[in-house]
Design a protein around this ligand. Structure first.
Ligand SMILES: [Mg+2]
Length: 189
């Protein structure tokens, strides 16, 4: 069984990293920027253009190589692999802009963070990659995958709560439990 796992908002705390970059740029305490944000961070007075500005700034500053790992991700991935699953990292990073720095920093981050995985795929449309399960936080990808009858676990984040998801996980323990329950995995098999 292959599990397609997104990076930003699922494995990596991109929002927390970007928040730090913006706070530094604005000379404010990061705590003044709420974690309860929608896509493109309108709560931080950003829109698509404003987000892109800070995103580019963050990428140039090497943010993608030093994001925090989201709690519970590594033990859950280790358990899934122990149970016989293959972990396929699926990311849009660099797939739209093609910047080499994104790819290099992403690989460095995966290695430095010791994320357990089997394959790495850079992809714009996740529906073009075959997996048995997808773990995803983007409302656009969640809905596109579900429309094609794929099994998706919405990784609960404030920005995807409007997306109607068949499966929703609040954290990585939940992801593991859903896959195990729905797929009949035997722990430690
Ligand atoms: Mg994501």
């Amino acid at each position: 069984m292959t599990i397609g796992v997104d990076i930003d908002g699922v494995l990596a705390d991109y929002q927390g990293g970007l928040r730090q970059v913006i706070a530094e740029d604005r000379g404010v305490d990061p705590e003044t920027l709420t974690r309860d944000t929608d896509w493109y961070f309108p709560q931080w007075d950003l829109d698509a253009e404003g987000w892109r500005h800070y995103h580019n700034l963050a990428v140039k500053g090497g943010l993608l190589a030093r994001l925090d790992v989201i709690a519970g991700a590594k033990p859950a991935l280790r358990k899934l692999r122990r149970d016989g699953c293959r972990i396929r990292i699926l990311t849009q990073r660099g797939a739209t802009g093609g910047q080499v720095v994104k790819l290099a920093d992403t690989i460095r981050w995966l290695a430095d963070s010791k994320i357990p995985f089997d394959e790495f795929t850079q992809v714009r449309h996740k529906t073009s990659v075959e997996c048995d399960w997808y773990v995803e936080d983007s409302p656009e990808h969640i809905e596109a995958l579900q429309e094609r009858g794929k099994r998706v676990i919405a990784f609960d984040q404030p920005w995807n709560r409007q997306a109607s998801a068949t499966h929703r996980a609040c954290g990585w323990e939940d992801v593991y439990d859903i896959i195990r329950r729905e797929s009949g995995l035997a722990a430690g098999a």
